[in-house]
Design a protein. Sequence first.
Lengths: 356, 324
Amino acid sequence: MSLFEEYHPLTGKMFQILKADGTLVSGQKPPISDQEIFALYKKMLFIRLADQRALMLQRQGRFGTYAPIWGQEACQVGSAYALQKGDWVVPAFREIGATLMMGISLKSFYLYWMGNEMGSRAPEGMNVMPVSVPVGTQTLHAVGVAWAAKLRGEKVVALVFFGDGATSKGDFHEAMNFAGVFKTPTVFFCQNNQFAISVPRSLQTASKTIAQKAIAYGCDGIQVDGNDLFAVYLATKEAVEKARSGGGPTLIEGVTYRFGPHTTADDPTKYRTEAEIEPWKPLDPFVRLRFYLGEKGMWDEEIENRLTAEAQKEIDQAVKDAEAVPSPQVEEIFQYVFAEMPHPLKEQLEYLKSTL
Amino acid sequence: MREITYREALREGLREEMKRDETVFLLGEDIAEFGGTYKVTQGLLEEFGPARVRNTPISEAAIVGAALGAALLGMRPVAEIMYIDFSTIAIDQIANQIAKVRYMFGGKARASLVIRTQGGAGRSSAAQHAQSLEAWYSHIPGLKVVMPSTPYDVKGLIKSSIRDDNPILFIEHKLLYNEKGPVPEEEYLIPIGKADIKREGKDVTIVATSRMVLRALKAAQALTEDGVEAEVVDPRTLVPLDEETILQSIKKTGRLLIVHEASKRCGFGAEIAALASEKAFYDLDAPIKRVAAANTPVPFAPKMESFVIPDERAIIKGVRELLG
């Protein structure tokens, strides 16, 4: 029986390998080696620290409005790890984890959020789309990317990220439908972090799970413990392999929790209580990995401190490098509107320069 | 007279209309406990309950579409679209359904609903959060477009909009919410389709909308040092447009400068310029001039953003060029 049959949404089962206490679910084994697990833990830690730094930079006025990942690291690291070179990541706006996993530098990532659109310009071979602010609209782009790849005979998969809120959008449903009909190699990854700004998951949909929405579109769907790196990785890997071999799209619902604000522009204490957050704290994706690696003698406080110090050093450098990039020139505002600058735009630019 | 903010005045207008008429209700994203992204609806959930202050899923098309359905059954919904940039997701509902339903029902349907939204730049919100799309909607027959610039106007106009039997796009500005101004305690209404002369003058007419009214007034003040007396006209509603007030002002001054925050090309200024050339050509002593944003996306970085949005200097420069 395939993973998607075993965990069909109507069975009501959530796929999990590593329990919150760091032990394995009976009958399950880690899908990757201990060395890989340690490397991914290190990556998750780097992402969490880089994310915290981003928040600080925003508070200091050195960053634009920012949407932190805090709590969702396993969803993004585990799923992006299942991709291969040439595959695409289509983010919403909270995807520091998936973006860095694809090889984009932290400097570039920071540069964008510091207000320089050049930071979104992914280097050749790193297929990460720019952030998409209108919720859910990017799901359609991921279908387009995957469809085009299929038409061109390229074995490329598109992994699109969105939240529980996005599943209320028409675009999401249109995207799932289109992907189902055309069997596009798209993996829909819903990070169900329980909130769309202030509105809880229970007000987004009356469906029991988000995963079950796949059924309506003739796609596989699976609900995974989004705070379990192993389960996220394995489910995504199966979905990616199926997509690559012509088996069509999959909807993965990663059940997770947003510990931080929606963005730096809101205050979550206005819509949720501390008591509500408390039960999620032991479910933090880091906690179980520390238990697991600790049992293997691969994690302790000392190792954590060393990894943290190394990461902070790298983050310091990324901030420095991003801030050292010269401010864009006024010409650049006009330069990228069209492939070539039409005459009236040139005129506007010249006039604008005469006023500065 | 007491002074309150644009946000408070707007909330007061909503509250008074909700008290007066129980068919009035609010729907939108994050408008309940959270009080709206710009806090306009704060406290209204507590006062009127969840049936009349309805949080919805993130579905712009559904918010606007559901509001239309409710209006057709006799309700007066006020739908909030968080950013005018996101109204584009609901544009089929707005342009094809709401604006046309009365006509296509042979005059039988009453689409009495208000779509409240906000636009404009100035908070470094980047290109998908800072647009001024009023001209798009002004182009659609069947829709009224209201764009108030002061606390006094926003209150009087939201009340009139809710009472109006036509669909209304009510465009606020993200940087006006904290602006203070005099607002009387007692009830008043402002008719839709009536411009306001915000400052009298004899040398040049400046027609400005939304936040640009404030900048035009500052520029006009600075121009007095040159001995120039500018008249500042705020149309307040773009559809229907109070042509007469604008034409009378041009007749008086002989010069017309139009200021708006939307991109210049096909902006609402083009409509006012066309109006002046069609109906006030012989009153003009100089060519009509527009000061507007560049035809580019709104940049993310604050400094870059400030380059493309007209400021007082740009308005002053425009007036000086007009006066020769």
